[in-house]
Design a protein around this ligand. Structure first.
Ligand code: BG6
Length: 369
């Protein structure tokens, strides 16, 4: 069943282009407009939404962080992201105009289920983004948007994460269409950008051997840091989580802008730091800001492992290693940038002789609070 791969995780990383393509499939009508048949919430209710709260745990919560950047940008609705267990127990402000989006691969995570129940008791509408058909959370939601990643066997999530991000983009574009934030041709263009992503993800996977070789050379690392800005920030958090889960290495993700407010104290000679670099073609100064961050940490001895877009020559002088990814709009870049980090964690864990499919102490689906 591993399809010739050494582990389910390796297979599932290779399944990612398909998972994203399948999650995008059948979402438009003959005119090219987005239609979400399984979203059975009255359009007038969705038009009246004045706040979105994404609730989830673990990797699924990081897909929610990406969703926040995309949905706020496209729809101009405030989006909060909260760990489901924190949401449930802090007396959150939720009412009939709040849309709660619950993201879960299994559809069974108890913390997320309790958050869904609490939100509905307060009158909120709940849309769940779920991979597993017939699970509990979609049954208890007002509507469901299924990801089509197929069964995910490895405990640490990979393809479900990319499918969750994709579903969140689809939801964001659908809300933008419904609420008139974007013209139909703008939506169509963004959908075209999204449909180009599976092929680019495939390219990143094909370049994986360089990442694996780097990981094998870092078998002795005991601490790895990850930096990102904007949507690169949740990618950094997910890269750190993968390394903790799979290789049992102390890893932390930071917003790069936070460096000088504390984390830079962690940098000493040889400290490996991954940096997710946004597209240099973006309009604002995001890119130059992160290039300065790379310079700052390198000047203090960091070994910089940089994920950058093809053609981004500005990072070359400051990178010890560069993992190139194809060009893509900044908001969509997480679908590419996280892949080398998944491969890195898997390869490092494998080099340490660990079971990447069944890490110690973890369960695929946590059905207790
Ligand atoms: C954890 C899993 O226990 O639950 C993670 O080990 C996962 O991989 C998290 O991200 C949330 O699970 P789900 O099924 O709600 O997405």
């Amino acid at each position: 069943e591993k399809g010739g791969f050494d582990s389910f995780m390796d297979k599932e990383i290779h399944d990612q282009p398909q998972a994203v393509a399948d999650t995008l499939l059948g979402r438009t009508d003959a005119t090219g407009a987005l239609v979400l048949d399984d979203l059975r919430i009255d359009e007038s209710v969705l038009r009246a939404v004045n706040k979105i709260i994404v609730v989830a745990c673990g990797t699924a919560a990081y897909s929610g962080h990406v969703a926040k950047y995309a949905i706020e940008h496209w729809c101009r609705i405030p989006v909060e992201v909260e760990l489901a267990h924190e949401f449930r127990y802090r007396d959150p402000i939720v009412d009939e105009r709040t849309l709660v989006v619950a993201v879960t691969q299994s559809g069974e995570t108890m913390d997320t289920l309790m958050a869904v129940r609490h939100a509905r008791e307060q009158g909120a509408k709940v849309i769940s983004i779920v991979n597993t058909h017939g699970s509990t959370i979609p049954r208890e939601s007002d509507a469901v948007l299924y990801t089509h990643a197929g069964p995910e066997i490895a405990v640490a999530s990979t393809k479900a994460f990319l499918a969750q991000i994709t579903a969140a983009y689809v939801l964001g574009l659908y809300l933008a269409q419904l609420r008139g934030n974007k013209f139909p041709d703008e939506i169509a263009r963004l959908l075209d950008d999204l449909r180009a992503m599976p092929r680019k993800i495939q390219t990143v996977i094909e370049r994986g051997e360089y990442v694996r070789a780097t990981a094998r050379s870092m078998e002795k690392s005991d601490k790895v840091l990850f930096l990102g800005r904007h949507v690169g920030f949740p990618v950094a958090l997910e890269g750190a989580l993968k390394l903790k889960e799979l290789a049992y290495i102390h890893a932390e993700g930071f917003a790069a802008g936070e460096l000088k407010h504390g984390p830079i104290a962690l940098i000493d000679e040889g400290q490996p730091v991954f940096v997710v670099v946004p597209s240099p073609r973006g309009r604002d100064s995001l890119h130059s800001k992160i290039v300065s961050n790379i310079q700052e940490i390198r000047a203090r001895g960091a070994r910089t492992l940089v994920i950058a877009e093809d053609g981004d020559d500005a990072v070359r002088p400051y990178a010890d290693e560069i993992f190139w990814i194809p060009q893509a709009p900044t908001l969509l870049q997480p679908l590419l940038a996280v892949v080398p980090l998944q491969i890195f964690a898997m390869a490092l864990a494998t080099a340490k002789g660990l079971d990447v499919d069944q890490p110690r102490n973890l369960a695929k689906s946590v059905t207790v609070e």
